[in-house]
Design a protein around this ligand. Structure first.
Ligand code: SF4
Length: 344
């Protein structure tokens, strides 16, 4: 396991302190499908979906998606982005969802649905604050292998168009697929060229059925190295660390390396589990106040939350039903009737 030089870590931590408050938060990426028309990125679980299943048939229900947005809002989670397989939603369907989401959150959100043309960005402009390019890696040879049907060039055009429209720009980077530290310069150059505002630094999740099924997960130090290097090079860059439930104990290190927020954790299914408690503990260990909660259900009149939304009655009934399903599971995780007093 590589060690991270202590001076690199302390330098990055100092730069973080100079530019950001001592807080952190959980960012939820909300998915709308489990299939994708690209479907062959070598690390992605969507590439393991049965070929006979049409991507358009892999959509989550509207009520399930919207119920999750209500949960996220009341639990104090930021929305990392709204995402799903490329080509699954038509522009009209996506616009409908974005409008409904804004009714719930009262905010514009980040959108990650593949490379979008300028006319589509203009269409979604009332509802989005920025676009996320799922770039994954910047090394051209590695990119051609791991994303054979998802080239970078269309994302680069989207970033240019987004900039013209004054939309913010975010990108993803997965540590552990075969990049080397020499690729850092390429990454920095890309961030500069497209004036990237935010980066999601994930660690490889060896998904069953993919080429990486038996690959080792990147060490905490390796993920921290990329974060620290970017924090030093780009003091104001919004850096998010993606952490699966098998590696929550690395969070304090990643925060010390200069990450702003935490994502990727399956926060609804794993609400109030030991891993969720560990994330909050790790935030404190990293000297950060954790905003929102992964462990405590706030006192909320959930039905009233749904009723006040300007949706058709039938949709509200379905959202309420779905929301209750999520809450039931979360209460089971807590294992006692909601004793909670925390109000957000
Ligand atoms: S385009 Fe995105 S969702 Fe589709 S297979 Fe590739 S990584 Fe997965």
């Amino acid at each position: 396991m590589d060690l991270i030089p202590p001076q690199l870590l302390s330098h990055a931590a100092e730069i973080y302190r100079q530019h950001f408050p001592a807080t952190t938060s959980f960012e939820r990426a909300i998915f709308f499908s489990w299939g994708c028309t690209i479907g062959d990125c070598q690390f992605c679980y969507m590439s393991t979906q049965p070929a006979d299943k049409k991507p358009s048939e892999t959509k989550r229900s509207v009520e399930s998606i919207l119920a999750e947005f209500i949960l996220a809002k009341k639990l104090g989670w930021d929305i990392g982005f709204f995402t799903g397989g490329i080509g699954v939603f038509s522009p009209a369907e996506l616009e409908f969802m974005l409008k409904a989401i804004q009714e719930i959150t009262g905010e514009k959100i980040w959108l990650s649905v593949g490379p979008l043309s300028k006319p589509l960005l203009q269409r979604y402009l009332p509802y989005i604050k920025g676009v996320v390019g799922s770039t994954e890696t910047i090394n051209p040879e590695l990119h051609a292998i791991v994303c054979p049907s998802k080239p970078l060039a269309p994302y680069e055009r989207m970033f240019d168009a987004a900039r013209e429209l004054q939309l913010r720009r975010a990108m993803t980077f997965i540590v552990g697929m075969g990049e080397t530290h020499a690729d850092l310069e390429l990454l920095k150059e890309f961030i500069r060229r497209y004036a990237i505002d935010k980066i999601h630094i994930y660690g490889l999740i060896p998904q069953q059925g993919t080429k990486f099924e038996h690959a080792a997960i990147p060490s905490p130090e390796d993920q921290a190295w990329w974060i620290a290097q970017l924090r030093i090079a780009f003091p104001r860059l919004d850096i998010q660390c993606g952490v699966w439930e098998d590696r929550v104990e690395r969070i304090s290190l990643l925060l010390n390396a200069g990450a702003n927020s935490i994502s990727k954790f399956r926060a609804t299914a794993l609400f109030a589990t030991p891993a969720a408690h560990e994330i909050e503990r790790q935030a404190a260990l990293g000297g950060r106040e954790f905003k929102g909660t992964l462990t405590t259900l706030p006192v909320v009149d959930w039905n009233a939350e749904v009723q006040k939304l300007p949706f058709e009655e039938d949709l509200k009934v379905r959202i309420q039903y779905k929301l209750e399903q999520y809450l039931r599971k979360m209460r089971e995780n807590i294992m006692i009737e909601i004793p909670v007093t925390k109000k957000i």
